[in-house]
Ligand binder design. Structure first.
Ligand SMILES: Cc1cc2nc3c(=O)[nH]c(=O)nc-3n(C[C@H](O)[C@H](O)[C@H](O)COP(=O)(O)O)c2cc1C
Length: 466
């Protein structure tokens, strides 16, 4: 088993290990309301794009072995619910070159082994399924598609992303079928469920967002129409799989990119949040087991998703202006998750983004809503921290650590974080220990190899400057 080498609390976040009551709180099983699935504890390993697939998205034996080693480490590490990195529903439309794609039954046996690897350890495996829409690099997808022909702006200029063309009505309906078809294959492979990626500016999120969806057919113009793509996917999966196959959705609580604020003027963020709440209520009515609350997109990635910058401090003052104390709060989207949770009565909430200390994780499960004294947050999502320590949940549950390992600061913001995580995922895939010491991070061939996956993305612009 891969385990982390760091066990000294001086190099960790947090100031206290958990009391036995808090350990019990995080260790409590959770029954999902519609599928009836029981998740063994309150830790969710968040979706992390592994970039371990073949460049055509197929899963051969080597790709399978890499995933088995990595997911074995996470499953043994104690997370009750494990989400895969985003799996593409169309192999010609990918978020990164080495994404896995699932379109048909051709690799069913390999998918079964992936699911069993996790389930053998008592954890549940969900595939996060995705289509990038306009958010895909030019070297991967020369001709991207989107709800409307709105190009990605405000992204580093050294990376080329081609402007998308608008999908026809028939193509939208075809894409609904692709999401359903991928889900059916994953059900047949024994996965516990799927998580639809409706956050971070990818295709489903592009449909939900009025800035990127300017359609005039039944998939655009009103909030109801903009959420139709998502609702048809959920309904399609429900109709094609048994009740026990579980569905979750990762949503953006708000699209807090500064552009949205400028274009909309007053109340842009408040309107986003109201719409987020309405989407969550619709998902509950459709029988979605959980909603994972996140935020941001490529246009606000570094500031929002990873660092929690630009998120207002209190919901009575949604002026979009960053305040210093915002950055001190650990869970970036806690206030938004609470607002969404208050509107729901059964669907569970996973909060992801920024958790590093054990006490903040336990405390997040203690806030309750007026609705039937239901907790606001039901599970804690961990992303970057379990790339350094796949067994962080076990360590927290045993009361031996105060929080995640502090990683060295590297210039480059979002890209450095991705480099550190991606390199460590690759190390675990090859059965090596993850690293957290700066000189080793620089000398690690696995980190270099992971970094190279961005090589083509960056050199493409140099080769095609205009
Ligand atoms: C290397 C890397 C890959 C990621 N890939 C995905 C992905 O495939 N799908 C997704 O929804 N989020 C993805 N994320 C975002 C994480 O799921 C999570 O929302 C984010 O890291 C914030 O959580 P954290 O503070 O615990 O890291 C990725 C993040 C990193 C660092």
């Amino acid at each position: 088993m891969v385990s982390a080498s760091v066990s000294n609390n001086s190099g960790r976040y947090g100031t206290a290990t958990l009391s036995s009551e808090d350990q019990a709180l995080l260790a409590q099983p959770l029954t999902l309301p519609f599928s009836g699935k029981v998740i063994k504890n309150r830790f969710c390993k968040a979706a992390l794009s592994e970039s371990l697939g073949r460049s055509d998205g197929h899963i051969d034996k080597e790709v399978l072995d890499r995933h088995v080693h990595l997911y074995d480490a996470w499953a043994r590490g104690g997370s009750g619910l494990i989400l895969t990195g985003n799996v593409m529903v169309d192999r010609t439309m990918r978020e990164m070159e080495h994404n896995v794609a699932v379109e048909d039954l051709a690799e069913l046996d390999h998918l079964k082994v992936w699911a069993q690897t996790v389930q053998k350890q008592g954890a549940a495996l969900y595939a996060q399924i995705n289509h990038p829409g306009r958010q895909t690099y030019a070297c991967l997808t020369p001709a991207p598609v989107a709800p409307s022909a709105v190009p990605v702006s405000n992204f580093p200029s050294f990376i080329a992303i081609n402007p998308p063309r608008e999908l026809s009505n028939a193509e939208v309906k075809g894409l609904v079928k692709s999401f359903v078809q991928t889900s059916v294959v994953l059900y047949k492979a024994g996965f516990d469920g799927v998580e639809l990626h409706a956050a971070h500016g990818f295709l489903i999120s592009q449909f939900l967002n009025p800035r990127t969806n300017q359609r005039t057919d039944e998939y655009g113009s009103t909030p109801e129409n903009r959420s139709r793509f998502l609702s048809e996917i959920v309904q399609g999966i429900k109709a094609a799989t048994p009740k026990t196959f579980s569905i979750g959705v990762k949503v953006n609580s708000v699209d807090f990119g500064r552009q949205r604020k400028t274009q909309d003027g007053n109340g842009g963020m408040e309107k986003d949040l109201e719409e987020g709440v309405k989407v969550a209520v619709m998902l509950e009515q459709l029988g979605v087991d959980f909603i994972e609350v996140s935020g941001g997109c490529y246009e606000s990635f570094a500031a929002g998703l990873m660092e929690g910058k630009g998120i207002p401090d209190d919901l009575d003052n949604l002026d979009g202006v960053q305040k210093t104390s915002t950055q001190k709060r650990e869970a970036h989207f806690a206030l938004f998750a609470e607002r969404i949770s208050s509107a729901l009565s059964t669907t569970k909430i996973i909060l992801t983004g920024g958790f590093v200390s054990a006490t903040a994780m336990a405390d997040s499960l203690k806030t309750t809503t007026a609705v039937a004294q239901k907790p606001h947050i039901d599970m804690v999502g961990l992303g970057r921290s379990v790339c350094t320590e796949p067994d962080l949940p076990n360590r927290i549950l045993s009361g031996s650590v105060t929080g995640a390992t502090r990683l060295p600061w590297l210039p480059g913001g979002y890209f450095s974080e991705v480099y550190m995580c991606g390199g460590n995922m690759r190390r675990m895939a090859y059965q090596k220990e993850p690293l957290s010491y700066l000189p080793w991070l620089f000398l690690s061939p696995d980190h270099a190899a992971y970094g190279m996956t961005y090589g083509r993305v960056i050199t493409h612009k140099l080769m095609h400057p205009f």
